[in-house]
Design a protein around this ligand. Structure first.
Ligand code: GLN
Length: 490
């Protein structure tokens, strides 16, 4: 039998129910894997005792014939989700020692279904970044290496720890959050699947806020089926989040294999950006051919405001971040650096507690919201955002899903692009538009770069139509047959 850490989530679920192995065994295998891969720095906090206690409860339920949908499944949780009694840092110094008294709704849903927590994963500080290099706890290393080049690579960001953990087989699934691409870009860099659901599909309650009108939680897994299974468990209406939508959560797994015959797939011409590497373009064309061969109708579409998406995002997201992060004042959470007066204490705490990227965002955000610039920047960005959403609305009058590359490159080396924020922000050029429009979007591994690194394809769907996105992804997955595995998993 394959190692327990090599199973898919679906195979583990089925094996647990048949008692081929126990939740305890599968938890132990993953705890050992996590310990053996500490060089990756994928976890900020390991929770082996909690994992074993949760696994024991799963085994007891399975023995009684009362197995829940995710009983015994080891998961890694991005350290942006509040977990009751377990250190929650957002990878920021300012949340030093913070142990929430409550559990986020998304993680509660997963535990309700029987899943087991192996630990809290590393991320860019407050989820701001595309490389996991802005974490106070140090960068995460991708388990992948370029052929013939042993330099450590980034796993992508901001959910880099979760993505690296899944690629390195340290958990069977993970949670991430995506504000402008933080699930999809690391999924692409790490050769796994990541889904950002429709805004409102998952509750944001108990997730440390970055940019509230964009933030969404979503799953990572090694294949599309496992992603569908996790998506169903995480989603659902939550009265504690006023933007959570009261809609039925479909059984995404049940419709996975319906294929794409008759589906119309849009190819947005504006995504053929200047300077796109030939291998990315080639993979995109390959994806188009795979879908066409399975009976999809391919249509060129236009999303005319695409070129403004990145600039719009980098006004809206910092504006909301500067407001959300005002709560870290040294009084209520985590770090406090004492000063001569209350104001001095605030200033010292925030200066010591926030890293450079977070400070940059707070300053940009405060600037675009300030009295003299609000109309010129923030209000304008809101209007352009509405136009971007309208582009998609019009496109979805003609097509059922949209196919693009996930990112303009494969993973880069740790340390690269850190002195050039604009180059770093360009990572999000293909993922940000769907975030601004609140639409579901998924990345799946579809091929390798010339130097042997994973490249992702990106599918965008209609609001609340994750089911079609997953179906189309499953079709590409079968055609791509991506079997490459990272070399430096431990
Ligand atoms: N890379 C983007 C940023 O830095 C997106 C981050 C995210 O989705 N959390 O803001």
């Amino acid at each position: 039998m394959a190692a327990l850490t090599d199973l898919t989530l679906a195979a583990a679920r089925d094996g647990l129910k048949k008692k081929s192995f126990s939740a305890k065994e599968i938890a132990e295998a993953h705890i050992k894997a996590v310990e053996g891969a500490r060089a990756l720095n994928a976890f900020i906090t390991e929770t082996p005792d909690k994992a074993l206690a949760m696994a024991a409860q799963s085994d007891a339920r399975i023995a009684k014939g009362e197995a829940r949908p995710l009983d015994g499944i080891p998961l890694a949780i991005k350290d942006l989700f509040c977990t009751e009694g377990v250190l929650t840092t957002a990878a920021s110094h300012i949340l030093d020692g913070y142990k929430p008294q409550y559990e986020s709704t998304v993680t509660s849903n997963l535990w309700r279904d029987g899943a087991v927590m192996v630990g809290k994963t590393n991320l860019d500080e407050f989820a701001m970044g595309s490389s996991n290099m802005t974490s106070y706890y140090g960068p995460v290393e991708s388990p992948w290496r370029r052929q013939g080049d042993n330099r450590p690579l980034v796993p992508g960001g901001s959910s880099g720890g979760s993505a690296a953990a899944i690629a390195a087989r340290l958990a069977l699934g993970a949670t991430g959050t995506d504000t402008g691409g933080s699930i999809r870009q690391p999924a692409s860099f790490c050769g796994i699947v990541g889904l950002k659901p429709t805004y409102g599909r998952c509750s944001r309650w108990g997730i440390v806020a970055f940019a509230s009108s964009l933030d969404q939680a979503g799953p990572f897994a090694r294949d599309v089926r496992d992603t569908a299974i996790l998506m169903r468990a995480m989603a659902g209406h939550d009265p504690k989040d006023s933007t959570s939508v009261d809609m039925e959560v479909p059984d995404f797994e049940a419709t996975l294999d319906k294929g794409v015959k008759g589906l119309k797939i849009g190819i947005p011409k504006e995504y053929r950006v200047d300077g796109m590497p030939a291998e990315i373009e080639k993979l995109w064309n390959q994806g188009i051919e795979w879908l066409r061969a399975e009976g999809a109708e391919i249509r060129e579409i236009s999303l005319p405001h695409t070129k403004y998406a990145l600039a719009t995002y980098y006004i809206v997201a910092p504006a909301e971040a500067s407001s959300n992060l005002a709560r870290y004042d040294g009084v209520r959470f985590g770090l406090r650096v004492n000063g001569d007066s209350l104001d001095d204490m605030y200033e010292r705490t925030r200066a010591a507690g926030f890293g450079a990227e977070v400070r940059r965002r707070v300053m940009i955000g405060a600037y675009v919201l300030s009295a003299g610039y609000y109309d010129a920047y923030y209000l304008k960005a809101q209007k352009v955002r509405a136009l971007i959403a309208r582009d998609f609305e019009q496109a979805f009058g003609q097509v059922d899903a949209i196919l693009t590359p996930t990112a303009p490159s494969a993973a880069f080396a740790i340390g690269d692009k850190m002195d050039d924020p604009i180059a770093m922000y360009l990572n999000d050029v293909f993922t940000v538009p769907a975030s601004l429009a609140g639409l579901p979007a998924l990345s799946l591994p579809a091929g390798l770069s010339g130097d042997g690194l994973p490249l992702g394809l990106h599918l965008i769907g209609r609001a609340f139509d994750e089911a079609t996105v997953l179906r189309a992804a499953r079709t590409i997955e079968k055609a791509a047959n991506f079997t490459a595995r990272p070399g430096a998993a431990s």
